[in-house]
Design a protein around this ligand. Structure first.
Ligand SMILES: [Zn+2]
Length: 442
């Protein structure tokens, strides 16, 4: 090494002045790149969010500096040691092999749907450009997809109708389309059961599959806390099941009735693929777009596929950063239950709220927490005062929105809405209710 330095020095001294400058600058640049890279290198598993990943070792957390941005903006790097607590029912959804799913609603396009889940624009372009049918999504249709560990799309399934499913799998130059036509027969089946132990256990005992259990908990998520059901509570569920060669191939939930402590809860599917109560009122509670009483400047946007400028590795930013003065109120964006409220390392003072079964929101770097774990909150409730705690280089709020175990862009995601059916849609729905409800006997 000394020999190398000596030869460089010798060489340097023999250079003309301009060359000296260039060479020196080059040397400095090379040196600083080496040092900088070593200082900022972060393994991919140390991504910022409380993903249910194996936890990383503590040694990694000592080497972080924020690098990829404007020094003027506050930055953060929360670490994944803040998993939100899970219950038994999550096991039917939390499984990595379970694809993400989305029901097409009014105004959606393939691009708008996949973009809010952070998918790469070039993949969306490849899909839409080579398969023009995909630009014709209809309300109520379902999309499922599978991502790899880096959030890259591997396959997309489009349930066109009960009979037709199209699958797009990543191939060499884009995506390969396979059209599956199902030949089974659809039959309605009513399944009844009684709570004996947890809902998961009771529903399995009644003969429901995991995906059917998931459909039921999703349909009733805004009305019921499944963990509060008691032994002796009863349920009746109408499925349309496809039978092929005597075997159940797939099923669609048509309606569910849950009787708990003498009270009946209903959710019936409408033509738009969503569930409403018996009057056609929406069951979802609306969400606020912003977790603050007023809008603040976004200093770092959502980007699950963000590449680290030096290492070239994926270093996701799973939320949005708002530049916001210390002590400003932070609001719950929807009704829910506080599941985390504590100081937590890089996240600083950290609050997580669970909304229904599918949604959760996370708020980090807070100055003061105003809620406790287990506390029920309403949309718009003050949950904290913003701050600059944890791994953060300036006052800001890091806010995340998760849907079905996946972080989505809080600024563009389709939020649950409390829409009700009107006009012709409502008339058709009420006719459907008249047919379905009498079948949901206990
Ligand atoms: Zn952030």
């Amino acid at each position: 090494m000394l020999q190398v330095v000596r030869s460089i020095a010798l060489f340097y001294n023999n250079l003309p002045r301009l060359h000296k400058f260039t060479f020196g600058a080059l040397l400095f640049l090379t040196w600083s790149m080496l040092v900088w890279q070593a200082a900022v290198y972060k393994p991919i598993t140390e991504s910022e969010s409380p993903l249910p990943l194996p936890t990383t070792t503590a040694t990694n957390s000592s080497v972080s500096t924020n690098t990829d941005a404007d020094d003027a903006e506050p930055m953060d790097q929360p670490t994944p040691d803040d998993e939100i607590p899970k219950d038994e029912l999550d096991e039917t959804t939390g499984d990595a092999s379970t694809p993400n799913e989305y029901v097409v609603s009014n105004g959606d396009t393939l691009g708008s749907i996949l973009t809010q889940f952070g998918m790469d624009a070039s993949d969306i372009y490849l899909l839409a450009n080579k398969n023009s049918a995909l630009t014709n999504l209809k309300i109520g249709q379902q999309l499922n997809w599978v991502l790899d560990d880096e959030g890259t799309l591997q396959s997309l399934t489009w349930v066109v109708s009960r009979r037709e499913t199209r699958v797009y799998e990543r191939a060499e130059n884009g995506f390969k389309e396979t059209i599956n036509t199902l030949k089974g027969e659809w039959k309605n089946a009513v399944v009844t059961g009684k709570m004996d132990g947890s809902f998961l256990v009771s529903a399995r005992a009644a003969g429901l599959t995991n995906s059917e259990i998931r459909a039921v908990t999703k349909a009733l998520q805004w009305q019921l806390d499944f963990r509060k059901l008691r032994n002796g509570d009863r349920f009746s569920i109408l499925f349309s099941r496809e039978v092929l060669d005597g075997k159940n191939e797939q099923s669609q939930l048509i309606g569910v009735r849950m009787q708990s402590s003498g009270k009946d809860y209903y959710a019936i599917r409408s033509g738009d693929g969503k569930f409403y109560d018996r009057e056609g009122s929406g069951l979802a509670k609306g969400f606020l777009r912003y977790p603050t009483p007023k809008q603040y400047k976004v200093t770092s946007s959502f980007n699950p596929r963000r590449l680290h400028p030096i290492t070239g590795r994926v270093a996701p930013h799973k939320g949005v950063d708002f530049s916001i003065p210390i002590g400003s109120p932070v609001l719950a964006v929807g009704d829910g239950e506080v599941v985390v409220a504590k100081f937590s390392g890089a996240a600083g003072n950290y609050v997580a709220i669970r909304h229904g079964r599918q949604y959760s929101t996370r708020y980090m770097h807070l100055n003061k927490i105003l809620v406790k774990p287990g506390q029920k909150v309403k949309r718009g409730d003050r949950i904290a005062l913003s701050g600059n705690t944890g791994r953060s280089t300036g006052p800001h709020l890091h806010y995340e929105l998760w849907v079905n175990e996946l972080a989505v862009n809080p600024l563009t995601a389709t939020l649950p809405r409390s829409d009700s059916l009107i006009g012709q849609d409502r008339a058709e729905y009420l006719a459907q209710v008249k047919e379905v409800v009498p079948q949901l006997h206990l």
